[in-house]
Design a protein around this ligand. Sequence first.
Ligand code: UD1
Length: 365
Amino acid sequence: MPKIVSLVGGRPQFIKEAMVYRAVKRANAWDHVLVHSGQHYDWNMSGSLFDELSIKTPDYFLKVGSGTHGAMTAAVLERFEKVLMEEKPDLVLVYGDMNTTVSGALAAAKLKIPVAHVEAGQRQDPRDMPEEINRVLTDHMSKYLFAPSKTACENLLKEGIREGIYEVGDVMYDLYLAMKPKFNKELRSSLGLEAGGYVLTTIHRDFNADDEKNLTEILKGLLDLSKELSVPVVFPVHPRTRNRIKQFGLEDMAKGLKLLDPVSYLDLMGLSEESLFVVTDSGGFQKEAVFGGKRALVVMEATGWPELVEAGWNCLCPPKAPVISELGLKMAREPMENPPKPYGDGCASEKIVKTLKDSFGPRGE
Ligand code: UD1
């Protein structure tokens, strides 16, 4: 049986691996070895998702932890290479745009092991954003490029990549459809929130969280919005952002918001579906909000998911308090129905698994 080593390291990757692994099991497709880099390590950033999404227990845990971009990327590269030399897989599977992704692809490419990239072709300015660097480099090292949308395929063609592009749809949409019956609706009532009576926010990007001025403006914008709408703003806080709030002395300001520890996938989706709308800088959550029928104010200068902005559902927003409150008020007044569905038919994971399984030919039978 062929062997694939799949590398994950953080929340968005666990979510993607969950669906691919289900499809691998269903098709008895290959020997699936799972490696966790350890880029995310807190229980509510990592372990809780493994439990809730029934992800395979990792066969290897590289324990790289946090650090500078160079240190983290180098640690994954070195430790993952050792795993590959031991396991000698037929292919390496990487996901999304994390530091873990680019290190995994580079380690494999240097050993001449083919790479498959899930969520290929997604592009987003600014070009010097860490995630954008990771996306571009990973795509150019990959043999199989599984694109979530037509736009993503076009981006790859524009960069001169001609072979190995498969428009399969978005595995996160697959997960949304599969897990919808399990979304936790109880968290809302246990937090004393009314259905439709709160705004849900997540902010963690380096350009927002690590910049004192931007983070201050965002918190102020959310507070103003909360006052104008007379509803709470619920904010599960990423550890990066929590650290910065403390470091910049913004704790008193943040007290006006309903801060929570990071919540699990099922909790976040349950909260999202009953919110008024969402304010986020997460690549994944700006889509997931729309899957569940909620609009998102996206605190970014550009988005990798332009279809949702073009459809009028999502709205880009600078980190400026008056703009956040003004656009937020508009969003609260203008809820929308029938969300657009540009990211496939919910079978992306099956398509990925079938393509790779077929690529092994008779050896794979
Ligand atoms: C990473 C990804 C980003 C993704 C995000 C999801 C990169 C370059 N970016 O960003 O694409 O959207 O994950 O969360 O890989 N920390 C903890 N505990 C943890 C994890 C992180 O305390 O379990 C803190 C540390 O202080 C760390 C900081 O958060 O330095 C940032 O973590 P890091 O993994 O570098 O980047 P993310 O912001 O999570």
